[in-house]
Ligand binder design. Structure first.
Ligand SMILES: [Ca+2]
Ligand SMILES: [Ca+2]
Length: 237
């Protein structure tokens, strides 16, 4: 019952947003088909598929979110700093990635769970999946809201997840490299019951604002237990 309610409400939130931003986010060096073969592997490309699975026995659905493939930089946030006000807050509090996707050109929204036909959260047992091409040196940044929270989201480090180890693509279960972060924009309530959390708030943005550095939930030390809601795996070919 709880999950059905959660899904319904998150979907209704989603309908408030434009979720039509699709395309290939990979910012890759232009390949030169006339180039001579060289030992430099920078032109080597692999196709990656990333799966964000909402654990079937997990404590929360995962919201729609977005990803970005990049060489360097911190596209979505800087750990230890305030949220930049570019839209991460909307994704972390209200499951709406549209504003942040506009602020980060080349980023790509994922919003429809595998097997689904409508944008909505990945409720426990469901998953988001996306594919892109990348070359050695590329990093993957993404974020997805921990739905049953005020402003918590899963993401790799601010610099993203390295997609290659040397010239070898990084594959397999990378969940240990993904953290639960607190956006520092809304005061935390008990996960799964807080009245200002996305599944229960009567409209987006409800809750007591806070202005705290964006840190991992482990470092926020709010006294609540969140549990593990996500499993992240990568394959490459
Ligand atoms: Ca918070
Ligand atoms: Ca809220």
């Amino acid at each position: 019952m709880r999950h059905t309610l959660t899904a319904t409400l998150l979907i209704s939130l989603l309908n408030l947003s434009a979720c039509d931003k699709l395309g290939n986010a990979a910012m890759l060096p232009a390949s030169d088909s006339n180039a001579m073969p060289t030992s430099d592997m920078s032109n080597m490309q692999k196709t990656f598929t990333v799966t964000l699975e909402s654990l079937s026995d997990g404590p929360s659905p995962l919201s729609p979110g977005l990803y970005f493939v990049h060489r360097d930089g911190m596209p979505f946030f800087t750990a230890g700093m305030l949220d930049r006000g570019q839209g991460l807050e909307n994704n972390a509090e209200d499951a709406n990635p549209a504003k942040l996707a506009q602020a980060v050109p080349g980023s790509v929204i994922f919003n429809t769970p595998v097997g689904g036909t409508q944008p909505g959260p990945a409720t426990p047992g469901k998953k988001f999946e996306f594919s892109f091409t990348a070359s050695p040196g590329d990093h993957l940044s993404f974020l997805t809201m921990f739905g049953q929270s005020n402003d918590a989201f899963y993401a790799p480090a601010d610099t993203g997840l390295p997609l290659f180890n040397g010239n070898m693509p990084v594959t397999g279960d990378v969940t240990s490299q993904i953290s639960l972060w607190d956006a520092g924009t809304e005061m935390n309530q008990m996960p799964g019951t807080g009245p200002d959390q996305a599944p229960r708030q009567t409209m987006p943005g409800m809750g007591t604002a806070e202005k705290l550095p964006l840190v991992t939930m482990a470092n926020r030390m709010d006294g609540f237990t969140y549990g593990q809601a996500i499993k992240v795996t990568i394959s490459a070919r």
